[in-house]
Design a binder for this molecule. Structure first.
Ligand SMILES: Cc1cc2nc3c(=O)[nH]c(=O)nc-3n(C[C@H](O)[C@H](O)[C@H](O)COP(=O)(O)O)c2cc1C
Length: 416
């Protein structure tokens, strides 16, 4: 079985152009959905496919769409989360650059299923080339009757626009994204109410990741059963793993959900660079708790990683070798979160700043006896005490590093 779904045609030159995309079977799923299926049938197929969100939390896409009320006299919106701020993560950029029409096709079908007539693609500010590519693809889609009024003569209307972010990690969090899109400071909102009922401009809103939506045309065209076979029963499809760090072949690998971490690192990414030894792996972007070298036989799916106290997150696999000091890893994590904490919740704002200060002091060789315990206390005080999950995203990796690599960190304390 050819395991690749999303990246299968990536070798085809000019795939980002609509004629080439159509030559590979592109936009057939839109025809299938809009001409031969009801919105309810599309929704049902996506539900049965067990497509879990690829942005981090892994919430089933079909279930989320089903929460959007159909009986309120307000417009409904779709926001495509293309903010991709999670360190180590580069899969969405790759998808949008190579195949922007696939994302548009998924966006059109999702909008049809939920009764949405306006969609926004919120792109990370630094991704200027991606934003331009998307805008080019959107213009082509309008010219060819896939966007705008009366799409393919079916009576369905949809407008899509690109919105550029300003490079703030917090704006990838779905409610901060909504605030930012409304022109406000990107501060997360309290949930509930969830965006499905009160979202953009207080209207029902679906927010989905780029990779999540890019899977939709394949589900519609091939059916939920086909999709499920490419992953796990409760976790359909493939996943795009972005591997970076001390491996011979860093890059993007599309593999079935449930592939072992060991297989990703040693079979696909070529193993460790220059004969180096594996020390640790961050399996799902920087906010995922760290794994040690003896935990790499874990299958890479949402439930297995959660069961091991980590998370699949954005499936960005960061490989760390034995020569890399764990204090340097901790320093990078602490610096990132103290810089990116939005400042709205006191435990996160103050806690990440203090942790960063202590880690920097340790790295300068000026640490104090209690420093590791102080970091653990501060991180524990952030965990579960913030309005949005950024607090946990900061606290959990820091706690895991302190717990699993405590002995190495103690080597930086003054008595050692
Ligand atoms: C601090 C923070 C940053 C996030 N950044 C992103 C991001 O860049 N892209 C993304 O798709 N989801 C991101 N998320 C997750 C979103 O809040 C949301 O769960 C996701 O966009 C939903 O789409 P999905 O169900 O398709 O995964 C972030 C969450 C947090 C807490």
């Amino acid at each position: 079985m050819d395991e690749k779904v999303l990246t299968r045609h990536f070798g085809v030159e000019g795939l980002f152009r609509i004629d080439v995309y159509r030559g590979q079977g592109g936009y057939r799923a839109v025809e299938t959905a809009l001409k031969r299926m009801t919105p309810a049938a599309v929704l049902d197929e996506v539900k049965r496919a067990s497509l879990r969100g690829r942005g981090g939390a892994g919430f089933p896409a079909g279930v989320k769409w089903g929460f959007v009320p159909q009986n309120v006299p307000k417009p409904r919106y779709l926001c495509v989360n293309a903010d991709e701020g999670e360190p180590g993560t580069f899969k969405d950029r790759y998808l949008m650059n190579h195949n922007p029409h696939l994302l548009l096709e998924g966006t059109i079908i999702a909008s049809y299923a939920v009764g949405i007539h306006a969609a926004f693609i919120y792109v990370r500010g630094e991704y200027e080339a991606v934003a331009l590519r998307l805008e080019g693809a959107i213009a082509e889609a309008y010219r060819n009757g896939y966007l705008g009024k009366n799409i393919l003569g079916t009576g369905f209307d949809l407008d899509v626009a690109v919105h550029r972010g300003a490079g703030a990690y917090i704006c990838g969090e779905e409610t901060a994204l909504l605030e930012s899109l409304e022109g406000k400071r990107g501060h997360p909102r309290l949930k509930p109410p969830f965006p499905a009922s009160v979202g953009l401009f207080q209207c029902p809103t679906v927010i989905n990741n780029v990779e999540t939506l890019s899977n939709i045309p394949f589900i519609v065209q091939n059916g939920a059963g086909w999709f499920l076979k490419r992953g796990l029963p409760k976790d359909g499809g493939t996943r795009i793993f972005g591997v970076s760090g001390m491996v011979k072949k860093p890059g993007i690998y599309e593999l079935p959900l449930g592939t072992k971490l060991r297989t990703i690192i040693f079979d696909h990414a070529g193993g460790m660079k220059e004969g180096k030894q594996l020390k640790a792996v961050i399996p799902g972007g920087m906010s995922a708790p760290i794994l040690t070298a003896d935990e790499i036989d874990l299958p890479m799916d949402f439930d297995s990683l959660a069961g091991a106290g980590s998370m699949l997150g954005s499936a960005a696999v960061i490989v760390i070798d034995r020569e890399t000091s764990i204090l340097d890893v901790l320093k990078a994590v602490a610096k990132f979160y103290s810089h990116e904490s939005c400042g709205q919740c006191t435990p996160c704002r103050i806690g990440t700043a203090w942790i960063n200060k202590i880690v920097k002091r340790l790295a300068r060789g000026e640490g104090e006896q209690d420093d590791i315990d102080a970091i653990v206390r501060l991180a524990t005080n952030i965990k579960g005490k913030t309005l949005c999950p950024l607090g946990d995203a900061a606290a959990l990796p820091i706690l895991s590093i302190c717990q699993k690599f405590r002995r190495e960190l103690e080597g930086y304390l003054p008595h050692a």
